[in-house]
Write a protein that binds this ligand. Structure first.
Ligand SMILES: Nc1ncnc2c1ncn2[C@@H]1O[C@H](COP(=O)(O)OP(=O)(O)OP(=O)(O)O)[C@@H](O)[C@H]1O
Length: 598
């Protein structure tokens, strides 16, 4: 996947220029023209200086005035064109940064499944990119500077060759510092990648201590100092490793610069000797001194630019890898439509699953969920209940076996279409800091602002009592990020999440994965009674399945079918009465909970 660095560079140059051109052609043309004109003016000042000095030495007043005016004009161009160009490309860069941000958001959320999110190398890539895309301004500037530099170097080369053809070799002296610069930058890039994981961990710890949600636990468990010291250790380690890489890179660069300096001195001495012999004028000596110094500056600039360009190439390489990783998880092209209604139901056939190549979490699961049924999944913590739900939602693909919708492998259907027919409430629901109406409405984007739809969903979820409790009803801005935002209690957030889960009226699969854990057992029971009655109505129309994950057996017993999961296997399945009669794990767990409540 990792192409050669020059390919990366070219690809990055094409992409960045293409992006600038698409954002604003006029500004791109103005920026490029001004930068190039300013760049050519620099070596020409040496020529004007030569004319001026020769005219003064020879006593030609008119020529001296003409040369002085030209010199002044060129100096103005050198000093100002770059700034004017900057005004033009400043806005372009901001627009490009915005596009990159948008792409990063799309790429990190664009994959159909969740596997990518859980790969550490993917997370590392995103951590580095989050910081790097903010540097699009520096990248575009570096690119324009590079174009200008190449043009200035060509003009300088021609002028030097006119003085003495041997001097054309002077830019060759710039090769050692160039190579050294590349090598140094690669070392820094390697160190940045190697420290990305530690940087990400340190940032996570920083967020842990500076966001409000974990504040209670941090204080209660007196974790502040522990988190602080771990954060400190990680940063010390990261900065230490980066600093070492910087020191090595600086030494390599300095060696390259020394070689160039030797070439510079030799060039000036060559023309001085010619002038002493009478073959060259005083103006020529001044010209070579100015040009050789400019070659020196050009090299220094080139080395600095090369760092920017390589960083830019690194950014684009990471973006390409991210695109490729998102494409790789895109899955097969769907060839079967998601059915309008379920006739048979959902099946797991010989399903095994392991997260990102780890130990198996589900082993050889065969399970039939009949259309129209209310199914409860029970089992101890870590048994694999949520994983089973995630496979049914298509968040992950089974490592072996298949999930079938009405007998057809889910892998053959469009996941986007399948998700449209799923309604879900999860234990780890999101606290959307939106207006209350939208925080519920996003459960069905097509009706996100429909007050009627939102109120109906809250009603179905048994959550409509939350509306009068909100300052401005459904128009209340939620969340502490806003000055006028209202913070809700855990239970209130959960009520909104339940309403959101029930926004879709005719899902083929309604998943309730412990979304009521903040409620007491009785309230949960009452809620699920409503859900099952309602699920029965939906089931009659669409054959939809309601899937409940709960630790509360009082809730679970009302399901048509109870699936008992233990150690990644389905060990029992049937209705409450059947499972109690068979005196297996379910009966044992049920008995334990019933005794605890007595
Ligand atoms: N994203 C993940 N990456 C790696 N392992 C995971 C991930 N999510 C869950 N696991 C592991 O898979 C196993 C099953 O987890 P799962 O969440 O399915 O259990 P569960 O039965 O729903 O548990 P609980 O009742 O506590 O919610 C556990 O060992 C857990 O550590």
């Amino acid at each position: 996947m990792r192409g050669s660095s020059s390919n990366n560079l070219w690809a990055a140059v094409r992409q960045l220029l293409g992006a600038a051109w698409r954002e604003h052609r006029g500004k791109t043309v103005v920026a490029v023209t001004l930068m190039l004109a300013g760049a050519v003016a620099a070596p020409l000042t040496g020529l004007a200086l030569k004319w001026l000095i020769n005219a003064v030495v020879e006593g030609r007043t008119g020529a001296a005035v003409g040369a002085a005016v030209t010199l002044a004009g060129l100096a103005v161009a050198v000093l100002t064109f770059g700034h004017f160009a900057h005004v033009a490309h400043f806005e372009l860069s901001d627009l490009i940064t915005l596009r990159y941000d948008e792409e990063l958001i799309a790429l990190t959320n664009g994959s159909a499944g969740l596997e990518l999110h859980e790969r550490p190398e993917h997370a590392d890539r995103i951590t580095v990119l989050e910081q790097e895309v903010q540097q699009a301004r520096a990248s575009l500037q570096a690119l324009l500077n590079t174009g200008s530099l190449i043009l200035a170097a060509v003009v300088t080369g021609i002028l030097l060759a006119m003085l003495n053809p041997v001097l054309i070799l002077l830019p060759l002296a710039s090769i050692p510092p160039l190579l050294a610069g590349r090598r140094a930058e690669r070392a820094i890039d390697r160190a940045t990648t190697a420290t990305a994981e530690a940087t990400r961990l340190a940032l996570n710890l920083f967020r842990l201590t500076t966001t409000a949600a974990p504040a209670k636990e941090l204080r209660l468990f007196r974790l502040q100092w522990e988190v602080r010291s771990r954060h400190g250790e990680l940063w010390t380690d990261v900065t230490g490793r980066l600093w070492q890489a910087q020191v090595r890179a600086t030494a390599v660069r300095a060696a390259g610069q020394l070689l160039f300096a030797a070439g510079y001195v030799a060039a000036v001495l060559l023309v001085v000797r010619q002038a002493i012999e009478g073959d060259r004028t005083v103006g020529d000596v001044v010209l070579v001194t100015v040009l050789a110094a400019q070659v020196n500056q050009q090299v220094v600039q080139a080395v600095a630019l090369l760092q920017d360009l390589q960083r830019m190439a690194g950014t684009h390489r990471r973006l390409r890898e991210l695109r490729a990783a998102a494409d790789a998880t895109a899955g097969d092209v769907p060839d079967t439509a998601v059915p309008d209604r379920l006739r048979l139901g959902l099946d797991l056939r010989g399903v095994s699953f392991a997260y990102d190549g780890g130990t198996p979490v589900l082993c050889d699961v065969d399970l039939h969920l009949p259309a129209g049924a209310t199914v409860a999944i029970v089992g101890e913590s870590g048994a694999g209940k949520s994983t089973l739900v995630k496979l049914l939602c298509g968040f992950y693909r089974p490592s072996a076996g298949e999930v079938a919708v009405d007998g057809v492998d889910l892998a053959r259907m469009s996941l986007t279409d399948w998700r449209r027919r799923i309604a879900a409430g999860f234990q780890d629901f999101v606290r959307y800091e939106l207006v209350a109406r939208e925080a519920v409405g996003v459960g069905d984007l097509d009706r996100v602002s429909s007050t009627d739809a939102v109120q109906a969903a809250l009603e179905r979820a048994g959550s409509s009592d939350i509306v009068p409790a909100l300052r401005d009803g459904l128009d209340t801005q939620l969340g502490k990020s806003y000055a006028d935002g209202v913070e809700l209690s855990g239970g209130q957030w959960q009520k909104l999440a339940l309403g959101r889960a029930l926004m879709r009226e005719q899902p083929l699969l309604l998943v309730l994965d412990e979304p009521t854990s903040a409620l007491d057992a009785e309230a949960e029971y009452a809620l699920f009674e409503r859900y099952t009655a309602q699920a029965a109505r939906v089931a009659a129309k669409t054959g939809g399945i309601t899937l409940i994950v709960s630790h509360r057996f009082s809730t679970v017993r009302m399901a048509d079918m109870i699936v008992v999961v233990s150690d990644g296997r389905v060990v029992e399945a049937g209705d409450h009465a059947t499972l109690m009669r068979s005196r297996g794990l379910y009966a044992e767990l049920y008995g334990m909970q019933a005794r605890a409540y007595r």
